[in-house]
Design a protein around this ligand. Structure first.
Ligand SMILES: Nc1ncnc2c1ncn2[C@@H]1O[C@H](COP(=O)(O)OP(=O)(O)OP(=O)(O)O)[C@@H](O)[C@H]1O
Ligand SMILES: [Mg+2]
Length: 256
């Protein structure tokens, strides 16, 4: 298990007229393969902006985002540096290495659950494994829903479809932006069980949340304030109940 991601001095500016503001302001972050990192921070602190930079969706103004990923063809590792890549190259890299679950759900309403999950395989020109998709749906409580449309599902079911869709191509890294933001606690538990299961199977995850219970399922919390990293809490060893208590203390110190 090596280092997957290295972020240095990452900065993203926005301009309103002459006024410059920094949504991400000099962030340093390292993530190892197999980690489950949680990003927390107040609304507007820059979490979504940071996630979009890590995904290569938006371009940044300063700093570097470096990935070291297994090269699927040669069994060696491939190094990439987003600061040296254009939009097209970043998007190609993203397609084969990064899965994203957005803050706003973006299932395609005119496609069924099955077709939504299938889509990334088609885009990546991978052979479609119909049986595997149905098996996956079954494992995550969507067995009877595979042929339905998103509007016929509950919020939690839709969110699970969005997660399955983002991991169907086995991305090296999964980025999730408040995947449980609009869910009740039972649905949240199901979604988190799915994510924890994936992480236990080796999936590297970076997840944004406001929810302490959700954050306690991760192994490390990185706290963001005004676009900067303002502290880290590591609870790889703690039991989930202890993790939540530790986190409460950590957040309290930061005025949460
Ligand atoms: N496209 C944009 N143009 C201008 N400013 C933006 C844009 N996107 C985000 N911002 C600003 O950048 C800052 C960080 O926004 P961001 O969406 O990253 O916050 P967040 O931490 O994800 O908040 P939340 O918890 O509410 O989702 C905010 O002040 C926001 O107004
Ligand atoms: Mg956000």
């Amino acid at each position: 298990m090596g280092q997957l991601l290295e972020v240095k001095n990452l900065t993203k500016k926005y301009f309103a007229g002459m006024q410059e503001s920094r949504a991400v302001d000099g962030v340093d972050l390292e993530v190892q393969e197999g980690e489950f990192v949680v990003l927390m921070g107040a609304s507007g602190s820059g979490k979504t902006s940071l996630l979009h930079l890590l995904a290569g969706i938006d371009r940044f103004d300063e700093g570097t985002v470096r990935y070291t990923v297994p090269d699927k063809r040669s069994a060696k590792y491939q190094d990439v540096d987003f600061s040296q890549m254009g939009e097209k190259a970043r998007s190609l890299f993203r397609r084969s290495n990064i899965g994203i679950v957005f803050q706003q759900q973006c299932l395609i309403p005119d496609l069924t659950v099955y077709e939504n999950i299938l889509l990334p395989m088609l885009l990546a020109r991978r052979p479609v494994k119909k049986e595997a998709i149905f098996r996956l749906c079954g494992r995550f409580g969507l067995k009877d829903h595979a042929q339905k449309y998103p509007s016929q599902l509950s919020g939690g079911q839709q969110q699970r479809v969005a997660i399955l869709r983002s991991v169907i191509n086995k991305p090296t890294l999964l980025l999730c932006d408040e995947p449980t933001g609009s869910l009740n606690s039972a649905q949240t538990k199901l979604v988190m069980a799915l994510l924890s299961g994936l992480n236990q199977g080796g999936q590297t995850i970076i997840l944004v949340t406001h929810d302490r219970k959700v954050a306690a399922r991760g192994k490390r919390v990185v706290y963001i304030e005004d676009g900067r990293v303002k502290g880290e809490l590591n609870f790889a060893q703690a039991k989930p109940e202890d993790a939540e208590q530790e986190l409460t203390g950590f957040l309290k110190e930061r005025g949460w």
